[in-house]
Design a protein around this ligand. Structure first.
Ligand code: TXA
Ligand code: MG
Length: 323
């Protein structure tokens, strides 16, 4: 449990949050995907404080959050494809990686010195209220220690160094529960760097073919991908039909409880979106239980199931190989 004040997102709390952000301090806010640790993207000290708070390697760039698509022109070079995707999916869980504009005001540390920048507009009233009241872009990684499970509720926020964090705005559980889809538009063919709630197929209906990158060798520009990430403390075993002795069992879909009693079920009806919204909170709950490891049932690899399997694969990856 952290010691940071948790506030309901009242107009007063939102005003306080923007004052703290303007003073270079950090604020945790809810988005539709996961809770983000926000700081002024144009303030180098605030950006550095985010890396310090998470224990995040300096080579892993941050996502820039904006309130409206018009702000994108100040930050990045837009194209017909990025405009079409923004019109279709923003606000929403799609992050676009674009070439930085010449006058991009975002601190170089936020982009890890790259010429490219990741940007999105979150679909969450509290996030949007903070962003529009603040008026400048906010960088916001997931509000967890680097490599650990992302928080989908205020009580699960956990950072290595909380000293620069003024408050957590509590918006209840995040609707989607998995981080945004990341699409790179900097090369000749758009590339899916991280699967999320918006699928490659949905993106293809707007801009045509997308390359799906399934392993780290395909993703040199996206550190923090594959290897050990999103990991609970306990070992995770995937595609399990039943738990071994001492393991907790995280099930998916209907189960005959006499043969393989689930400890928790991501979705009893086999609904992938429901499973996504439960995944991180259930991993946190199982991590806190008296068990030796977490056995996870197979998840269908379609729709948002691809994002679920992507996060689970990294949660189960050998530890110590954080990218
Ligand atoms: O849903 C989300 O995207 C959440 C909420 C808070 O908005 N944020 C989030 O941020 O997941 P974070 O920092 O945990 O993940 C950002 C990912 C990292 O894998 C990073 O490598 C990638 O975005 N990224 C950022 N800038 C990039 C760039 N210029 N090129 C390629 N990948 C980039
Ligand atoms: Mg993260």
């Amino acid at each position: 449990m952290n010691e940071i004040p948790i506030l309901r997102p009242s107009p007063t709390a939102i005003r306080q949050a923007t004052e703290q952000l303007a003073a270079g301090r950090l604020v945790v806010f809810p988005t539709e995907t996961v809770y983000g640790l926000g700081g002024d993207a144009t303030n180098g000290a605030a950006v550095q404080a985010i890396f310090d708070a998470k224990g995040r390697p300096a080579h892993n760039p941050l996502i820039c959050h904006i309130a409206e698509a018009a702000q994108l022109n100040d930050i990045a070079r837009v194209s017909d494809k990025s405009k079409a995707l923004a019109a279709k999916f923003w606000p929403g869980p799609l992050t676009m990686v674009l070439n930085k504009s010449a006058a991009c005001p975002v601190d170089d540390r936020a982009t890890a010195g790259l010429d490219t920048i990741a940007v999105r507009i979150p679909a969450h009233d509290t996030a949007l209220s903070v962003l529009s009241a603040f008026g400048r872009p906010l960088v916001a990684p997931s509000a967890n220690t680097s490599g650990r499970v992302s928080p989908t509720q205020a009580q699960h926020v956990q950072l290595t160094d909380e000293s620069r964090i003024s408050m957590i705005l509590d918006g209840g559980p995040c609707r989607i529960g998995l981080e945004s889809t990341i699409l790179s538009l900097t090369g000749p063919t758009p590339r899916l760097l991280r699967p999320g709630a918006i699928t490659a197929e949905e993106i293809e209906t707007v801009i045509g073919p997308v390359t799906e990158c399934r392993d780290s060798a395909d993703r040199p520009t996206a550190p923090g991908q594959l290897e050990s990430h999103y990991a609970p403390q306990k070992p995770v075993r995937l595609a399990a039909s039943s738990p071994n002795e001492g393991e907790a069992f995280l099930a998916f879909g209907p189960y005959d409880t006499e043969t393989a009693a689930p400890t928790l079920n991501l979705s009893e009806t086999g609904d992938l979106a429901e499973a996504a919204s439960h995944l991180y909170a259930y991993l946190q709950a199982l991590d806190a239980m008296d068990c030796d490891g977490i056995a996870v049932a197979p998840i269908p690899d379609k729709g948002i199931g691809k994002a679920l399997n992507d996060r689970l694969t990294r949660a189960a990856a050998p530890r110590g190989r954080t990218a």
